[in-house]
Design a protein around this ligand. Structure first.
Ligand code: E4P
Length: 217
């Protein structure tokens, strides 16, 4: 399963890349707004750092304007994936952009039928928002299970990109279900590194080693 970082922060991405576990990045208008500055320049820099798929979202809502904005975003860098919200206009824009060979990530997916429609019009990715479903006492990961099942049954090439991730358990469940990608805030990736038994174990190894060295000298 690929891991993407869900952020528009170049410093966060630069800090994580040397670990070798990040395959791409997703942004959205809220994340980009937090960064300030020139969004196109930020997207370009992220593409240079990541050298993998980088989702940049349109803010237009009418299909003609979404297509124009999508073409414009795709021209920033070959790694850009145009992110389009799941609306009637978004679906129409996805069909057109995909027809031009532009990769589209259909976002704000909250039902399996939305994911099915996005796959039918050639989306490269669909982004089910698991955390936001969990927030309203719905089964976010249950939705991912349904989408994976549908895409496997009908051999869609569209990748399931688990989004709105809140913690390591979402990553674990996404991997077990066979999702293609999990996009995570860097804090969630950091949380996967922490285990008290690893810390305790390492401390004991090092103490035992020091004791043996002291006994030899
Ligand atoms: C990713 O594609 C989404 O924009 C993001 O995961 C949304 O996460 P949130 O629900 O934490 O805002």
């Amino acid at each position: 399963m690929k891991i993407f970082l869900d952020t528009g922060n170049v410093k966060d991405i630069e800090a994580m890349m040397p670990l070798g576990i990040v395959d791409g990045v997703t942004t959205n208008p809220s994340l980009m707004a937090k960064e300030g500055g020139d969004p196109r320049a930020i997207i370009k820099r992220i593409c240079e750092v990541v050298q993998g798929p980088v989702s940049a979202e349109v803010v237009a809502t009418a299909w003609e304007a979404m297509v124009a904005e999508g073409r414009d975003l795709a021209a920033i860098d070959a790694h850009v994936v145009v992110k389009v919200p799941f609306t009637r206009d978004g679906v129409r824009a996805t069909k057109l952009l995909a027809g031009e060979g532009i990769r589209v990530n259909v976002t704000l997916i909250f039902s399996a039928t939305q994911a099915l429609i996005a796959a039918k019009v050639g989306a490269a990715y669909v982004s089910p928002f698991v955390g936001r479903l969990d927030d309203i006492a719905s089964d976010g990961m249950g939705l991912v299970r349904q989408i994976v099942e549908i895409f496997e049954a009908h051999r869609f090439a569209t990748e399931v990109l688990v989004a709105s991730v809140r913690g390591p358990m979402h990553i674990l469940e996404a991997a077990r279900m066979g999702a293609d990608v999990c996009t995570c805030p860097s804090a969630v990736v950091e949380a996967c590194f922490k285990h008290p038994l690893t810390d305790i174990g390492l401390e004991k190894f090092l103490k035992d080693w020091e004791k043996a060295q002291a006994a030899r000298s």
